[in-house]
Design a protein around this ligand. Structure first.
Ligand code: C5P
Length: 227
């Protein structure tokens, strides 16, 4: 049949995963959140004291890479995939602001990217997949049939993320969240290996002034005309 690959990239907290999940559900596709994979590696490094506020032992991380096993498992209650780090469900823990503080440093390491990109490419061999991240349309699936690049103003993105973190009970300030969003975008866009950028053939979507429903309908239309 004519299943396709949909690659969704963009800046931090642009609602990529929200639209990717909606799209996967509507099309009966698999959804893969690649940010969760980089976040899980970061959580591993934090727990092992490989990274903290003052130091980052890149060599120790590279040495441990073969021992980091990442898998996705469907939660039967929600129908959504959750990430397992060496068998442990860390879906909640990887979403904290402290993981967000270190993840872009971890994601800049080429050996980390190589390992995760290989795993991501294997997940796409049968197509019928919606994958979101920073390098999906440029590196992971340069031949994806539909590529989207999502953006919105930093203020809009930080506001959304702030509300989300507060709803989950995290004691964060709006300023901290804004700083993190801007800082991650900077590191992600300026790193040497697979910097965040719009693929030439990606469709840019600025959702600052779109409701979730409007955005979803636009994108679903695009997907249907691509198939
Ligand atoms: O998508 P999310 O915001 O959860 O991603 C967290 C971080 O993981 C990003 O800021 C980026 O540093 C890294 N990432 C990446 N490549 C991807 C997905 C995420 O470098 N494909």
């Amino acid at each position: 049949d004519n299943k396709i690959i949909i690659a969704i990239d963009g800046h931090s907290s642009t609602g990529k995963s929200t639209v990717a999940k909606q799209l996967a559900k509507a099309l009966g596709y698999i959804y893969v959140d690649t940010g969760a994979m980089y976040r899980a590696v970061s959580l591993y490094a934090m727990r092992k004291k490989i990274i903290d506020e003052f130091h980052f032992d890149q060599e120790a991380l590279e040495k441990d890479l073969p021992e980091i096993d990442l898998r996705f498992k469907i939660n039967p209650e929600t129908g959504l995939a959750e990430i397992l780090l060496n068998g442990e469900n860390v879906e909640r823990e990887i979403r904290t602001l402290s993981v967000s503080k270190y993840v872009s440093k971890i994601a800049a390491i080429s050996s980390v990217r190589k390992k995760l990109v290989e795993q991501q490419q294997k997940m796409g061999v049968d197509k019928g997949i919606v994958m979101d991240g920073r390098d999906i349309g440029t590196v992971v699936f340069p031949n994806a049939e539909l590529k989207l690049f999502m953006t919105a103003t930093a203020k809009d993105r930080a506001e959304r993320r702030f509300i989300e973190l507060r709803e989950r009970g995290e004691d964060v300030t709006y300023e901290d969240v804004l700083k993190n969003v801007v800082n991650r975008d900077h590191i992600d866009s300026t790193r040497k290996d697979s910097p965040l950028r719009k693929a030439e053939d990606a469709i840019k979507i600025d959702n600052s002034n779109l409701t979730l429903k409007e955005q979803f309908e636009q994108i679903l239309q695009l997907a249907k005309t691509t198939v």
